[in-house]
Design a protein around this ligand. Structure first.
Ligand SMILES: *Cc1c(COP(=O)(O)O)cnc(C)c1O
Length: 396
């Protein structure tokens, strides 16, 4: 079967919740993907910030295969070795104290929200606590995560949300203060907003917010699902500013392609929030997913991925700025490390795809670039060449 027919079959079987690109991807190698007809693409999407180490990283694949031969799943009523290893590794790279593994990012956000509510409940026994979230934010598609997602069109048809959520603007501390009151139990934000259009939280905002939360015993929840795991040149983007959250979420690149997420918290938060029986999951932290996490972190450390990201992202930013300077209709380049956006309208992404470069959008008008963290200068050059050509044809 050819790709076109395969896509027609897919559209008869899968629920149509995505307007997908007309592409059936079959295999990957390093930073390259191949469709079912053998055409090669340079991948600047990485499965949406998932494939940090690229495709077919041999050591990683070997570790997964070895775990398959031992055991895939136990149950959280027992301990398993990979989960212990993964939790210890996550504590080491994040500086947080306690880990709960989930199967996805949205579930990690659910856990973070429940933790915040329980923390406040244990203080005063009330059940009307509020959470402040950000406009333009994205935290996932389950009801709790959706409730703190600041894009009304994602929420509208599914109202009522969990309730008691107020929205403020990222990087506008006065707007946050205006939404805080004596019932506020948490403030949640992405350290770098992803889906909403690549907007990094700035240092002063984060520091002031940390101060306000400290003063009022409000929990600061940082969603690091997209910007975490080395993407900004730090394991977690907040580490650049030293603004430590009380609760943090991580997923996407955490399992390098295996479905896994986690929410982490400080010891103080853990001691005063969730207790035995309060939260659970069948699959979360299963030996297979946990083996992936442990191996990812081991490979990050062994290969000093953070140093590589810091080096290559300086070049990446410089080259993107060059493009932004060349075309009037690119309004801005924004981002941090290997999480970048070009604010620009036009059908550029489809053109680039035809020419063998994969990109995605963020929000209505931003081209989002999320390459595997192992890219080299040659890959950046090739991306710039194709993107430049696509932009030129867009204005022609
Ligand atoms: C992708 C994403 C989520 C949701 O993760 P899923 O694994 O798709 O549930 C939550 N928060 C942020 C910041 C994300 O980028």
């Amino acid at each position: 079967m050819m790709m076109k027919e395969t896509i027609a079959e897919a559209e008869k079987a899968l629920l149509h919740t995505y307007n997908r690109y007309q592409l059936v991807l079959e295999r990957g190698e390093g930073v390259w993907l191949y469709d079912m007809e053998g055409k090669r693409y340079l991948d600047f999407v990485a499965g949406i910030a998932v494939f940090a180490l690229g495709y077919h990283y041999q050591d990683f694949d070997d570790a997964l295969k070895a775990q398959i031969d031992k055991i895939l799943h136990t149950s959280n009523y027992y301990y398993n070795l990979p989960a212990i290893e993964a939790a210890k590794s996550l504590k080491r790279i994040s500086g947080m104290d306690r880990v709960f593994f989930t199967n996805s990012g949205a579930e990690a956000v659910e856990g973070a929200v429940k933790t915040a509510r329980k923390y406040a409940y244990r203080k005063d026994g009330r059940t009307d606590h509020e959470i402040v979230a950000m406009n333009r934010s994205f935290h996932g598609r389950t009801m709790g995560a959706l409730s703190v997602t600041g894009t009304p069109k994602y929420r509208e048809a599914f109202e009522p949300m969990i309730g008691h959520i107020r929205f403020a603007d990222l990087n506008d501390i006065e707007s946050v203060k205006a939404q805080i009151n004596e019932r506020t139990c948490a403030v949640i934000l992405e350290t770098v907003q992803g889906e909403g259009g690549i907007y990094p939280a700035n240092e002063d905002f984060l520091k002031e917010l940390r101060g306000i939360c400290e003063e009022r015993d409000i929990l600061l929840i940082l969603d690091e699902i997209q910007c975490g795991m080395g993407r900004t040149g730090y394991y977690y983007a907040w580490q650049k500013y030293g603004v430590k959250p009380d609760i943090m979420t991580t997923a996407k690149a955490l399992g390098g392609g295996v479905a896994v997420g986690a929410f982490l918290m400080t010891e103080k938060t853990a001691q005063r929030s969730l207790e035995a029986g309060d939260h659970g999951t069948t699959y979360g932290g299963n030996p297979f997913a946990a083996a992936a996490v442990a191996k990812m972190i081991e490979l990050f450390e062994k290969n000093d991925i953070l140093r590589h990201v810091r080096e290559i992202s300086a070049y990446f930013e410089k080259e993107l700025d060059g493009l932004a300077g060349k075309y009037d209709f690119i309004r801005e380049r924004r981002g941090s490390g290997l999480m970048q956006g070009l604010d620009c309208a036009g059908p550029v992404i489809g053109r680039a795809m035809d020419k063998g470069l994969l990109l995605i959008n963020a929000g209505p008008s931003v081209i989002r670039l999320l390459p595997p963290l192992i890219i080299t200068r040659e890959h950046v050059d090739e991306m710039i060449r194709i993107l430049d050509e696509s932009l030129r044809e867009t204005i022609a």
